[in-house]
Ligand binder design. Structure first.
Ligand code: G6P
Length: 369
């Protein structure tokens, strides 16, 4: 088993560290930044349906649902298509309105999650076109889809999803860029920039993974907290949700992820000097707004841990601790900012003496409802 883990203590850590390679594998043969092209053979047959649709519904569970939320921001921004993101378990039971030409994108690591599978089967019967973004080749969801793109992240053993998530984001971003290019909803310059940015992600993730010692130290410092709050806005709002989910799964510490502004409508009541608040605050079009939310937490004596880009003096002055991530376009940023979320949860889980690869009560894949 030690060999399978490639020298790492846990599969989860191994899979976190595999991400430069898995993201690279996911982009390989599809993205050519020099030629300015994206080639996804699995979606070609239904590419027109995707380009011409008025509505995309992302259907997923768990971490895959968070990837869908990021994709909502990306598709709306780049493709100007109305996107909804649905929990498969809710979508399948509530008699959703499906119109001709609607596109469903089912996102699933295992391709076997029962709720997601039934949700797409129902929608297919009502005339929707189904795209699968799936990791396991030949799985039920991939077979039930009209078209799709595999994430090529390799087997994910750790119950808490890590490398599958970043690969899902890579696939969904490529899909959005291909659609935007065809629709003409993106400028040539932005398109070229984003292709180059996407190509640079594996190297940036590699660089980011070198700062692991700092995160380990933070885990020691904060491991006894009873609650955590995770805040972000825009493209990084779903990263806040994912950060909180990872912590709950792996460390059994209660955590809530929230859109940073919405915290004023509730969670701010929890803030005192014992509450760690993780801000995902990389430089993007929301940055000033996030800083003012940080000030609000600081004014109530919360302990601010911020995930920022280098040289962000304003955030540094408001934070008890910072984690630096490489700079990226806001569309790409979640693929980087989520990595410290994974590492923080991992090291807190380990520091609390827990079996992070097999957290209690959780299953890798929920194949019964
Ligand atoms: C379970 C796993 C999660 C995963 C979710 C959805 O809850 O523990 O890690 O995100 O199922 O699984 P899927 O295979 O459909 O992505």
């Amino acid at each position: 088993a030690a060999i399978e883990k490639g020298g790492y203590d846990h599969f989860m850590l191994k899979e976190i560290f595999e991400q430069p390679q898995t993201i690279f594998d996911c982009l390989r043969g599809r993205l050519d930044a020099t030629a300015g092209t994206i080639t996804m053979s699995g979606i070609e047959k239904y590419a027109d349906e995707l380009v011409n649709t008025n509505r995309i519904v992302m259907v997923a569970c768990g971490t895959s649902w968070h990837a869908g939320l990021v994709a909502e921001y990306i598709f709306e921004e780049l493709c100007r298509i109305n996107v909804e993101v649905e929990y498969a378990s809710e979508f399948r039971y509530r008699n959703p309105v499906i119109n001709k030409g609607d596109v469903i994108i089912a996102i699933s690591q295992s391709g076997e999650t029962a709720d997601t599978l039934v949700a797409i089967e129902n929608a297919k019967n009502q005339g929707a076109i189904i795209f699968g973004v799936v990791n396991v080749v030949g799985s039920s969801i991939s077979r039930a889809s009209h078209a799709g793109a595999y994430t090529h992240a390799g087997p994910e053993i750790g119950v808490a999803s890590t490398k599958a998530f970043t690969a899902q984001l890579a696939v969904l971003t490529m899909m959005a860029l291909a659609v935007a290019k065809k629709k003409g909803t993106i400028t040539e310059q932005r398109y070229q920039t984003l292709l180059k940015e996407l190509e640079a992600v594996p190297e940036k993730v590699s660089k980011l993974l070198k700062s692991v010692d700092g995160i380990k130290a933070l885990a020691e410092k904060y491991k006894d907290a009873e609650d955590f709050l995770y805040l972000g806005r825009g493209f990084n709002f779903p990263v806040a949700l994912e950060g909180a989910l990872k912590l709950k799964e792996i460390s059994y510490i209660h955590a809530e992820g929230y859109p940073a502004a919405e915290m004023k409508h509730g969670p701010i009541a929890l803030v005192d000097e014992t509450l760690p608040v993780v801000f995902i605050a990389t430089r993007d079009s929301y940055h000033e707004k996030v800083i003012s939310n940080m000030q609000e937490i600081k004014a109530r004596k919360g302990m601010v841990i911020s995930v920022i880009n280098e040289g962000d003096e304003q955030s540094i002055s408001l934070s008890n601790d910072v984690i630096i991530v490489p700079e990226a376009d806001e569309v790409i940023a979640p693929m980087l900012s989520v990595i410290p979320m994974q590492l923080l949860a991992y090291y807190i889980g380990v520091a609390r003496g827990l079996d992070v690869d097999k957290p209690r009560n959780l299953a890798k894949s929920v194949t019964v409802e």
